[in-house]
Design a protein around this ligand. Structure first.
Ligand SMILES: NC(=O)N[C@H](N)C(=O)O
Ligand SMILES: [Mn+2]
Ligand SMILES: [Mn+2]
Length: 409
């Protein structure tokens, strides 16, 4: 919802119009482009990704999924086929997927899916600006009423397809430009606040300190060990079929990406330390068990150090399995697209990957069936200015989605 995001949305809207779509911006800042095709009352195919980025980001995360779809629709428009589609096709550039500013991710797509609570409008950023106020600054008036009107009727939607960079190293490693996504890991975001006794760095004896910085450090290192070796921490009796240690330990990742302290002066023992926890795994019950174990052990650390701890649960999203039929259609379209590119039939099987990254498809899965295609990116690097996709792989993603629309719509 920054000025840069508004500029990005306006530019995307111009591209949508250039591709022959009817466009509008909804009250959460999502940019929509739609063509009705031959049968305006048929269930619509939704496609798209997010227009926002993390701080110091690359230029493909999110945007590639919007641009490759618009490029495919522009081809159909140029060939006069856009009006021949058997069902409406709508591209949505979602306004806030990363959740960097407000820590509650999937804002735009959750509203379209009808799972964004009206209370979200009051979520504040670090400067205490609410989502509602941030939108108002962009001349978007959002109210509880018009937020609820953003929800799409499930009966009006056929499915959702998202193209996204892999943000991992597998496709580069196997030497394939595209992959079908089997599913998306579930995720939990926490905000931990530790409060101790602020004091003079030179006069308070070590034995008399209640130092939230040292407590946070101990908790963060514990979190790393817990996520590297969950089997050493979680008592798993093998009877509860709720989660498997195998699926948990192979997919569990945890990150402390942000930490802040008050008063943040080199000669002051901090009074307060706050840090974020980002925890993901394909095993939802396992994720709950890890969050529970971490919380318990963190409170023990704080008790031992006479530091007060609070945990604020900022976000939870269960793992999503992509629709198998939609995925097989995307796989066939990938073969067609790559054959168009290389002129030769593709022998190798299209890879099928799990996604550790979250995507708007997680939110849309509450509205309709979802399918995703991954695009190879250099070194698997993402959430960094080093993020890069080869031109030919961008081309492959556009041809694959063009083939999908031509063969399925
Ligand atoms: N909500 C999210 O998960 N946002 C990013 N796509 C992420 O993977 O962190
Ligand atoms: Mn991202
Ligand atoms: Mn993304």
């Amino acid at each position: 919802m920054s000025p840069a995001a508004v500029r990005a949305g306006n530019l995307i809207r111009e591209w949508m119009e250039d591709a022959g779509l009817r466009t509008w911006v909804d009250s959460l800042g999502n940019v929509h482009g739609r063509v009705e095709g031959r049968n305006a009352s048929a269930e619509a195919l939704l496609m798209g990704s997010h227009l926002d980025t993390v701080v110091d980001a690359g230029k493909f995360d999110g945007s590639l999924g919007i641009i490759s779809v618009l490029a495919a629709l522009k081809v159909l428009n140029i060939n006069g086929k856009l009006g021949e589609l058997s069902r409406p096709v709508e591209v949505i550039a979602f306004s806030d997927e990363e959740g960097v500013r407000f820590q509650s991710t999937f804002l735009g797509s959750a509203a379209v899916a009808g799972i964004l609570p009206v209370s979200a409008l009051k979520i504040t950023d670090k400067s205490d600006v609410t989502i509602q106020d941030a939108l108002k600054k962009n001349s978007i008036e959002i109210t509880e009423e018009n937020l609820l009107q953003l929800k799409y009727d499930p009966k009006s939607v056929w499915g959702y397809v998202e193209i996204h960079i892999e943000q991992g190293p597998v496709l580069e490693w196997v030497g394939y430009p595209l992959a079908v996504v089997k599913g998306i890991a579930g995720q939990t975001r926490l905000k931990v606040t530790m409060r101790g006794s602020q004091g003079h760095a030179g006069t308070v004896p070590m034995s008399m300190r209640h130092d939230p910085m040292a407590s946070a450090a101990e908790a963060i290192v514990l979190l790393e060990s817990l996520c590297k070796h969950p089997q050493d921490f979680l008592s798993f009796d093998g009877h509860c079929k709720s989660f498997s240690m195998e699926s948990l330990s192979t997919s569990l990742v945890c990150t402390v990406g942000e930490i802040s302290t008050w008063p943040s002066a080199s000669n002051v023992i901090p009074g307060q330390v706050t840090f974020t926890v980002d925890l993901r795994t394909i095993d939802d019950m396992g994720r709950e068990a890890v969050v529970y174990e971490f919380s318990n052990r963190m409170y023990q650390i704080c008790d031992k150090r006479s530091v007060s701890c609070t945990i604020d649960h900022k976000h939870d999203a269960d793992a999503v399995i992509c629709d198998s039929e939609l995925s097989s259609k995307l796989k066939s379209a990938t073969y067609i697209g790559l054959k168009r590119m290389t002129g030769a039939a593709i022998e190798d099987e299209v890879p099928v990957l799990m996604s550790g990254a979250g995507h708007d498809a997680m939110a849309l899965s509450h509205l309709t069936k979802v399918g995703m295609l991954f695009v190879r990116c250099r070194g698997g690097i993402s959430h960094s200015p080093e993020e890069h996709v080869l031109d030919d792989d961008v081309w492959a993603s556009g041809l694959a989605i063009l083939a999908f629309i031509e063969t399925q719509m």
